[in-house]
Ligand binder design. Structure first.
Ligand code: SF4
Length: 334
């Protein structure tokens, strides 16, 4: 399978009066053409910052991509000038955000906003632009598109507004869509419809999707692969099967235990005790040490080596290391 996007050793930091926040600390992942990768984790784990760094939307200052590279279609876009980035943003890579209202201008009609991207990036105007806008509204399931094109954002429901935002993101036919918590502001029924819409659009267009979310229910529905982020690092990555049925990192296990499951009626939810580490001064060892029931001395001092359990499944945890397993066995036998 061809890789559309590769992120290598990405570090992003923010300078504040209180010091430097190391928000993303050496993130590595890839995305194949036509697949959906979900990046999951608690608030503040660095997932949104990672996606903004890919789009080069980190406000500088106070933010900065400290090191690492992002390769898109084999080209290192971290080296692109702002002008070069503008030529691919919205055209080859699009992004949608959590709250559709912030992405829509309340003073312009939906039609004007939909066609804006076509005019700006592809110089498409007039009837061609209108018919493309209608086609997109049809694709995202907005009824009566001809009439709706003339209406304003406040005349649409939350779910319909999110559909319009998706249509705006797709109108220039990008190859990569980054969706940052796209269903969080929506109620559960609409959420399901929007997720279904992503699946339909992907089947029709072959677009690759990065889905940023804290919601494992969303992930279970549409992701092919999952990357779990914690304290600015990806601590486990694998296919949906790897992560839901054979998860290895104690944090991933904790995340899954804290989600309600309809098939386990008697099971009690177990929240993960404690809080993530302070990213002003992140620990040099495993960032989960303070919350981990299996923490060993080595965890505190040295960041775990990445263990490849299979070609798809990687885990950053000392428990995966044979030396730690031998140590644990010896301790148990004493
Ligand atoms: Fe727990 Fe240590 Fe594994 Fe971190 S490396 S998750 S502290 S066992």
């Amino acid at each position: 399978m061809e890789k559309l996007l590769e992120v290598h050793d990405l570090h992003v930091a923010f300078s504040t009066y209180g010091g430097t926040i190391k928000a993303v600390r050496g993130v590595n992942f890839y995305l194949h053409k036509g697949e959906t990768l979900a990046i999951v984790g608690e608030s503040g784990c660095g997932k949104s910052v990672t996606s903004q760094a890919i789009m080069r939307l980190i406000p500088e200052p106070p933010g900065k991509i400290v090191r690492g590279k992002v390769m898109f279609k084999g080209k290192e876009i971290t080296r692109y000038t702002e002008k070069q980035m503008r030529s691919i943003r919205g055209v080859e890579i699009s992004m949608i955000f959590q709250d559709p209202m912030t992405a829509l201008n309340p003073t312009l009609t939906i039609g004007t906003q939909l066609m804006e991207g076509l005019q700006e990036h592809q110089s498409i105007r007039g009837e061609t632009a209108t018919s493309k806008a209608l086609e997109m509204m049809h694709l995202v399931g907005i009824p009566n598109p001809k009439e709706r094109l003339k209406q304003y954002p406040h005349q649409f429901s939350g779910g319909m507004r999110q559909r319009i935002v998706i249509a705006m993101a797709l109108i220039c036919e990008p190859e990569l869509l980054i969706a940052d918590e796209p269903t969080t502001a929506l109620d559960v029924t609409i959420q399901a419809q929007i997720l279904e819409l992503f699946t339909t659009i992907q089947a029709k267009t072959g677009i690759s999707i990065i889905l940023i979310t804290h919601d494992l229910g969303v992930v279970a529905k549409i992701a092919d692969r999952i990357a779990v982020m914690y304290a600015g690092k990806i601590i486990e990555t694998g296919t949906k099967r790897d992560l839901f049925y054979n998860q290895q990192h104690p944090y991933t296990k904790g995340l899954l235990k804290s989600v309600p499951r309809l098939d386990l009626k008697e099971e009690q939810l177990s929240p993960i005790d404690g809080t993530p580490p302070d990213l002003f001064a992140p620990p040099q060892g495993c960032p989960f040490t303070a919350r981990c029931p299996y923490a060993m001395e080595v965890c505190d001092n040295v960041y775990p080596v990445t263990t490849e359990r299979s070609s798809s499944h990687r885990v950053d945890c000392w428990l995966q290391d044979k030396r730690a397993q031998q140590l644990l066995a010896r301790t148990a036998n004493q």
